[in-house]
Design a protein around this ligand. Structure first.
Ligand code: BDR
Ligand code: CA
Length: 298
């Protein structure tokens, strides 16, 4: 069983990614939470509820950063709703998060499991903070798989994607380490949408499936407004799917990314550069992704 740590700002697609990890047999050592789609207290609450929903109250949850490294939070209420889960309600868990702060927990989990994969589904604030506190993490973490960045088309500004835009300094900090890195940027995600009709087929007759459908309601309405089709998008689940099966990447390139950190209209954009620092997924294998999504509903 492959061991992973999940770092998340649990909004709609993070919830699906967490369920995907568990239902496809990854060994989730723990989940650390960070502000992003919504504030970290709500994010933590969401993770506890999602784990309760799938009967995994045993997976420990650790609360992390309240704010990005430099700037204040930006909101994403339009897509993720007031509670971060598109205002979909699920039962409250009967436990709270562990008392250990996320960066400390990240270090402890990695120390006990050298070579572990960290899958990041939100801004990289906790990861940068943890490596800053414990530089040994550079050799303890086997790989970071990160949903973030955009090559040609952003989703917050014309060029910037939400997770890296939210805390560009943290993203650059992680790029500047030696930890092997796989980036899942926004561009291929937009080409891997699932039309509502097909999604209905995938999720039918299952409790988790129905939850996924309810979660995707707001993003589908958003897609309809902006792109004229009711379709579901899956940024974080694609990153998780790659952690489960590398076949999910139909095409990837080796390169470098540098964050634009200056206060101008490009702030938060990830600029593709020559280099060999990271692998960047540029095309997704839709059938492999759907296979893992179907497993998630079982
Ligand atoms: C990313 O931003 C968030 O809104 C999603 O959960 C995903 O992690 C997509 O840009
Ligand atoms: Ca996310």
């Amino acid at each position: 069983m492959k061991k992973i740590i999940i770092d998340t700002d649990c909004g709609i697609d993070d919830a699906i990614a967490i369920m995907m990890a568990v239902k496809n047999g990854l060994d989730v050592l723990g989940i650390t939470t960070v502000s992003g789609n919504t504030e970290v207290n709500q994010v933590t609450e969401n993770v506890l509820r999602v784990l309760h929903f799938i009967g995994r109250d045993d997976i420990l949850v650790y609360k992390g950063a309240h704010k990005p490294t430099v700037k204040n939070r930006v909101e994403s209420v339009k897509i993720h709703g007031k509670n971060g889960l598109g205002d979909v309600k699920i039962e409250k868990a009967k436990r709270r998060e562990d008392k250990t702060p996320a960066p400390v927990a990240l270090f402890e989990m990695a120390k006990e499991n050298p070579g572990v994969t960290v899958v990041t589904l939100g801004p990289l604030t906790n990861i940068a903070m943890a490596i800053n506190l414990y530089p040994e993490l550079e050799t303890l973490i086997g790989r970071i798989i990160s949903m973030g960045g955009a090559l040609y088309q952003g989703n917050v500004t014309r060029f910037a994607e939400f997770n890296f835009f939210f805390d560009p300094e943290a993203a650059q900090f992680v790029f500047d380490t030696k930890i092997p890195l796989t980036i899942v940027p926004w561009d291929p995600i937009l080409k891997n949408v699932i039309l509502e009709k097909e999604l209905l087929n995938i999720v039918k007759g299952s409790k988790v499936g129905e939850f996924i459908l309810n979660l995707e309601e707001t993003p589908m309405t958003f897609m309809e407004q902006f792109y004229g089709m009711r379709a579901a998008v899956f940024p974080d689940p694609v990153a998780m799917a790659y952690a489960i099966s590398e076949k999910v990447a139909k095409h990837k390139i080796i390169g470098n990314m540098e964050m634009e950190l200056n206060k101008n209209s490009l702030r938060g954009a990830s600029i593709l550069k020559e280099g060999e620092r990271m692998e960047i997924i540029t095309e997704i294998e839709p059938e492999e992704f759907k296979r893992l999504l179907v497993n998630t509903t079982r």
